[in-house]
Design a protein. Structure first.
Length: 231
């Protein structure tokens, strides 16, 4: 388990919960707009925490915290993730999992074994542009679809979300995404922000007007959509 970061307190990451966030290193995507390049790129140097250090922190703060968020990178790449989640659950805390959905079998197992209480899944783009948006070739979008279909069954509270980047998203993309997400409980759009921690520099955020236009299109097509921070 490569634990590369700890945010000791967040009131935003886990809806309606006081939580901490654990950052796990490693990802199967290379999204140019990713703001966690040190977690994604294998050659990037990061500080590591031991599992014991993390569990000791959670134990000491369990009377303050309601939950623990696991993000990355892509957490489901870690074969020992389930063991760590079990230990967190034994401390009486709820678990939120951030995932890109490209490892559906792992996601389904974690949920069915009641190791996760909330899932936030990234929808990178319309399926036709997944290769471009994720930075890797030959993305098997059937894996993404399998994760979407599973979450839409309502086994667990969840949300879908897209980081909107001017260079990668347009109206037709959100029309296609709407077709894929019909019946979803919640879908959030969040505006890209450029920073030194991005894998690629020089990308741009959409305008507020563009964001509202995408939102209106989604709502018109029957999607329960929101702009992050405005719901």
């Amino acid at each position: 388990m490569l634990i590369s970061g700890l945010q000791k307190l967040t009131l935003l990451d886990f809806p309606n919960h006081v939580a901490c966030t654990i950052f796990l290193k490693g990802c199967n995507f290379r999204c140019p707009f990713c703001q966690n390049k040190d977690l994604v790129l294998p050659e990037a140097k990061t500080t590591y925490y031991t599992e014991e250090e993390i569990l000791d922190f959670i134990e000491k703060r369990k009377n303050v915290l309601d939950g623990v968020c696991f993000t990355g990178g892509e957490p489901t790449l870690h074969k020992d993730l389930a063991d760590l989640l079990k230990k967190v659950k034994m401390l009486g805390l709820k678990v939120k999992l951030d995932t890109n959905g490209y490892n559906p079998d792992a996601l389904i197992d974690l949920v069915n074994n009641k190791l996760v209480d909330y899932v936030a899944m990234d929808i990178k783009n319309s399926f036709q542009k997944y290769d471009l948006t994720t930075g890797i070739k030959f993305v098997d979008t059937s894996k993404i679809q399998k994760s979407i279909d599973f979450l839409k069954r309502g086994t667990i509270p969840y949300e879908f979300r897209t980081t909107v980047v001017k260079e990668y998203h347009n109206v037709s993309d959100f029309i296609d995404i709407a077709k894929t997400l019909q019946g979803a409980s919640k879908y959030y759009l969040q505006k890209f922000e450029d920073s030194d921690t991005c894998i690629s520099r020089g990308l741009h955020a959409p305008t507020d007007e563009e964001m509202k236009n995408y939102l209106n299109i989604l709502k018109t097509l029957g999607i329960n959509a929101f702009i992050r921070g405005e719901d």
